[in-house]
Design a protein around this ligand. Structure first.
Ligand code: GAL
Length: 761
């Protein structure tokens, strides 16, 4: 996908690609490195270079990024004497080793700009300034060490430390956030924005984030109005957290509502609205980079800024009032600046761009059934059970200790799954013995499946206080607890120490007459087993010759493996698999992990909004949708994971129990495109590779409503529909000059007019 994503980024007006480097992916085991396939960092940088773009290399190597353990390898946690992200020799030595290696690799290939390469900046650490207090004086010493160490690497390009207002010279402190126009760099340093959050990430149980194109463009325009010099979108393309790369409770999709969506297709109008903004800003490059800045505050959150050189000037008219449009007279001319918007006048006379006026098409994507799947309506499944008898019935593990172990310590990062097992000999005269015995487990918020003597007694999605009545036998009883992580936490001071797994206490509570008797099992002999049988034996690999049964397909049965074959959908549109009906687990296509799935986890039911006003400060909970629906129902299957003609295999490991009968493959395509553009603009309509088949609506004047529900307003030129039909039908792309000379406007008066169109692809 890289060349295509980079191409679309360049077309969107980007000059540089900013990327993190994921330490845990490159050094999964201490001193064993992996730069193959998708981990080929050098190839990625060269691909960006070949496309003519620069690179900002955010090495970190702590990166946050909703990535498992913030990108640090979990083995660090288990390295004797290691304290993470602080002045600790063991940690600093490891960080030095990895960072130096990355820098040396890039140097060897002459990739730094100082060597003629594309890397114009590098980053050390990530937002350390936000958590430095937590580490006390050692944090300050670590910050200084990071700066000195980075400098010593002698890369010949500037180093940045984002969100680090006490960054030591010559580190550049940069801003991250939804808005950074009010950010003040240290004296004599440039005003730079490393993360402009284009939307937000999603957690299991969370609704779908949405940040409007208007507000995002407003944030960017304001930043440049107020002296910004560098701005990067986070994310411009977020993609998918394949495998086990997502951090704790972060979804597999990392779409982020970014300008390029999870599948790498244009998220319109966001992509196009920003593209026009970039074009406008670049047309002012000279004045912006050489001009003297004068800003006037007109009150009521309205301001004007002039960038003036001797030859020419460029101007911004900003209105940060979230309710009131502003009518202002600027250099003798009247301008209306809508609420929460910035108008850009590259020559200080004509408004070329306003952040609230979206003249780009809105693209409505639809999912279509897999056309290659001509035969049966539904997929044919085979299955096999996960073999958990050894653990749930026999309690047999690999390591035995007399206490409860934290999950990272017991399992490193080798699997999401860790069994805790103990046996309990209960005599008739045991004081805790009674008919009503409760098992109480204090967990750390991971998923828990509990078994007593082979019987499943209950599960919890995020176990903290788990309590169930249990039936115990006289004599030997086996308690087996399966703790499941969904990735480790990635953010906050000391985030690395946040415990996972079961730390206890684990107790039995019995009733002896009136007396409550508590028997603490925490210091029992606990036996541990990492992973599941099927995972260790790679059942997910399609090449593996294992027995799968087609008889009596179980549904709603925990710990079940399912397998099916499917034909790759025709064409080049992105492919998703609909996992509706399933519980939670992992999925693989031809042996490639497409990530954790969890469609049974519904998004919270409150906090969504039907209408979304771009005006007013954006925060991650504003304008969300899909409350009460599966947090993630569709899972991305990159075409590179599929074979074209041959049979493809989908394997699921279902942990909670579900029904695979509804599973199906779909392609994502453009269903219709809409526009609601102002006159004096050129509107481009495109179905992204397919012809426009019909025009459902067209009106020039003051049309009402939004895409899918447009209505004619009080004024409407009679010829709009026929003009658009003639110029667009049958074409993959059409370009319409919106002018009142072309469209009939007899009954419209002098008001500014808009052209609204809904075209079917
Ligand atoms: C920032 C962090 C990023 C990412 C972002 C939220 O604080 O630097 O890595 O986690 O928040 O998506």
């Amino acid at each position: 996908m890289w060349p295509d994503l980079i191409k679309k980024s360049k077309e969107g007006g980007l000059d540089a690609i900013e990327t993190y480097v994921f330490w845990n992916a490159h050094e999964p085991v201490r001193r064993q490195y992996d730069f193959t396939g998708n981990l080929d960092l050098i190839k990625f940088i060269k691909t960006v270079q070949d496309a003519g773009l620069y690179v900002v290399l955010r090495i970190g190597p702590y990166v946050c990024a909703e990535w498992n353990y913030g990108g640090l390898p979990v083995w660090l946690h288990n390295l004797p004497g290691c304290k993470i992200r602080t002045a600790n020799d063991v940690f600093m030595n490891e960080m030095k080793n990895f960072t130096t290696m990355i820098v040396d690799m890039a140097k060897k290939e002459k990739l730094f700009a100082s060597q003629g390469g594309p890397i114009i900046m590098a980053q050390i650490e990530n937002e350390y300034g936000d958590v430095e207090w937590w580490y006390g004086d050692a944090g300050k010493a670590y910050r200084d060490w990071c700066a000195n160490f980075a400098e010593s690497l002698d890369v010949g390009v500037p180093w940045i430390m984002c969100q680090q207002n006490d960054a030591p010279d010559p580190m550049i402190n940069t801003c991250n956030g939804f808005y950074c126009d009010q950010f003040t760099p240290r004296p004599n340093y440039p005003k730079m924005w490393t993360e402009n959050w284009t939307g937000w990430f999603k957690s299991w149980g969370g609704s779908d984030p949405f940040r409007t194109a208007e507000d995002l463009a407003f944030a960017v325009a304001k930043f440049f109005q107020f002296g910004g010099t560098f701005q990067n979108y986070y994310m411009y393309h977020g993609g998918t957290n394949f495998g086990r790369t997502a951090a704790g409770y972060i979804t597999t999709s990392y779409d982020y509502n970014a300008p390029l969506d999870e599948y790498g297709t244009l998220n319109q109008p966001k992509w196009g609205h920003l593209k026009q903004l970039h074009e406008t800003l670049k047309s002012m490059e000279y004045t912006l980079t050489h001009g003297n800045i004068t800003t006037a505050d007109l009150g009521n959150y309205v301001s004007t800024t002039v960038y003036a050189t001797e030859e020419s000037s460029s101007c911004f008219l900003g209105n940060s009032n979230y309710k009131l449009d502003a009518n202002i007279t600027f250099r003798g001319t009247q301008y209306t600046v809508p609420a929460w918007s910035v108008s850009i006048l590259p020559d200080c006379k004509i408004e070329v761009y306003n952040t609230a006026k979206v003249n780009t098409q809105t693209t409505v994507k639809v999912k279509r059934p897999n056309k290659a799947e001509d035969e049966p309506e539904s997929l044919q499944w085979t299955w096999r059970p996960e073999n958990i008898d050894e653990t749930k019935i026999l309690g047999k593990g690999e390591v035995v200790v007399n206490h409860l172990m934290e999950q990272k310590e017991a399992a490193n990062d080798d699997s999401d799954y860790l069994w805790y097992m103990t046996s309990l000999d209960l005599k008739k005269d045991d004081p805790s013995w009674s008919k009503n015995i409760t098992l109480r487990i204090n967990g750390t918020g991971c998923i828990l499946h509990a078994y007593v003597n082979g019987e499943h007694i209950g599960s919890d999605n995020a176990a903290r206080n788990f309590e169930r009545n249990v039936t115990l036998n006289y004599g030997r009883n086996i308690i087996s607890l399966l703790s499941v992580t969904t990735g480790f936490s990635n953010y906050g001071g000391g985030y690395d120490l946040q415990p996972a797994g079961i730390l206890g206490p684990i107790v039995l509570i019995g009733q002896n007459g009136d007396e409550t008797v508590i028997k603490d099992l925490s210091a029992h002999k606990w036996s541990y087993k990492v992973g599941l049988h099927g995972l260790t034996n790679k059942l997910f690999s399609s090449e593996k010759a294992t027995k799968w049964s087609s008889e009596n397909l179980p549904v709603n049965t925990m710990m079940t493996w399912y397998k099916t074959t499917f034909k790759a959908p025709l064409g080049t549109d992105p492919v998703v698999v609909d996992l509706q009906g399933l519980g939670k687990g992992d999925a693989w296509v031809n042996g490639h992990s497409i990530g954790r799935y969890w469609p049974s986890y519904l998004a919270k039911t409150d906090g969504c909004s039907d209408a979304c006003d771009y005006r007013g400060k954006y925060e991650s909970k504003k304008c969300t949708s899909k409350c009460g629906e599966p947090t993630q129902r569709w899972y991305h299957v990159p075409r590179s994971f599929m074979r074209d003609d041959d049979e493809n295999t989908l394997i699921l490991f279902e942990e909670f129990g579900g029904n695979p009968s509804l599973v199906n493959f779909q392609t994502i395509t453009v269903g219709s495109v809409c526009a609601n553009s102002y006159e004096k603009n050129t509107l481009e309509l495109a179905c992204q590779g397919r012809p426009i088949s019909a025009i459902k609506f067209a009106s020039f004047g003051n049309p009402q409503g939004t895409c899918g529900s447009f209505k004619k307003g009080t004024c409407d030129g009679a010829n709009a529909l026929s003009i658009i039909e003639k110029e667009c039908i049958g074409k993959e792309k059409c370009s319409i000059n919106i002018s009142k000379d072309k469209f009939d406007t007899t009954n419209c008066g002098d008001n500014v007019k808009r052209l609204a169109v809904e075209a079917v692809c």
